[in-house]
Ligand binder design. Structure first.
Ligand SMILES: Nc1ncnc2c1ncn2[C@@H]1O[C@H](COP(=O)(O)OP(=O)(O)OP(=O)(O)O)[C@@H](O)[C@H]1O
Ligand SMILES: [Mg+2]
Length: 256
């Protein structure tokens, strides 16, 4: 594991109206690690994900990915750069099938089909479609999705919908995967299966930033844990140190 931070968030501030959602938040995510972000409801975890993925523009602070400043880039540019995410409230396309939803994630990585290629060339639309379909099937396999791939996602359980969203994010071949409460609604067996999938993703050289209320899962899985409370970072470090930090126990762990 290299020590260079893959993601470097420095002094980020976000307010909604007069409400301070993030206050001078700094966080370094080491390449090829599993880094957990925990804290009480409303602490600002999803807001920080929205900042890192470009959905929310911070009023102050800076963002660096692979030592490149990317503050102000659009979400689609950030995806191409190598940061993909799921959503706490699952956002799959209801009119597409499961596999088509994942194929959407391949879009940023597939060769562009020029008009000439489309009409004459070997790399026509069919080939691009086949490549995307193959990659999508591989990603569904990686997240151990065993359901129907041709049906719409609304027919699947919420747990399967979460798997499909992770597969869609992985389809863009991200260096950094942001997972917002991926184990929500999972039973202990499903959560431990998900832990294995997350380890497998790290084994493929990826880095995972994980927001999760399942603290048992977090403390057994994460290399590093950062704790947010009321928009501020109150602790960051290895799980053993964070678990016994008195400020963390008072603000969060005492209540979960
Ligand atoms: N678009 C918005 N407009 C106004 N307030 C918002 C908006 N998004 C989030 N907030 C507020 O900012 C605070 C942080 O919200 P956020 O969703 O980041 O918390 P969270 O840590 O992800 O919580 P949870 O664990 O419940 O998902 C909350 O008080 C929330 O109500
Ligand atoms: Mg949230």
């Amino acid at each position: 594991m290299s020590d260079a931070p893959l993601l470097d968030v420095t002094g980020v501030g976000v307010t909604y109206g007069g409400y301070v959602a993030l206050d001078d938040v700094s966080c370094r995510v080491v390449e090829n690690s599993i880094h957990a972000l925990i804290g009480p409801n409303g602490a600002g975890k999803t807001t920080l994900f929205n900042v890192v993925s470009g959905l929310v523009k911070p009023e102050s602070g800076s963002l660096q990915f692979r030592e490149r400043q990317y503050t102000g880039l659009r979400p689609d540019q950030i995806l191409v750069m190598g940061i993909a995410r799921n959503f706490q409230q699952v956002r799959l396309f209801p009119v597409l099938s499961v596999i088509e939803n994942v194929m959407v994630g391949c879009h940023s990585r597939l060769p562009r089909t020029s008009f000439r290629d489309f009409v004459l060339g070997p790399l026509g639309r069919d080939k691009v479609d086949r490549l995307a379909r193959e990659r999508a099937a591989e990603m569904l396999d990686l997240v151990e999705y065993r359901g129907d791939t041709k049906a719409p996602p609304s027919q699947m359980t919420l747990v399967d919908q979460r798997r499909i969203e992770i597969a869609r994010a992985l389809a863009s071949d991200p260096q950094l995967l942001l997972l917002d409460e991926p184990a929500a609604g999972m039973n202990p067996a499903e959560a431990s299966q998900l832990s294995e999938i997350i380890r497998k993703i790290r084994g493929l050289g990826r880095t995972v930033l994980l927001v999760e209320h399942n603290t048992r899962m977090v403390f057994s899985l994460a290399d590093e844990v950062t704790v947010l409370s009321a928009g501020k970072i109150i602790a960051s470090g290895p799980p053993s140190a964070v678990k016994s930090d008195s400020a963390v126990v008072t603000a969060y762990l005492g209540n979960v």
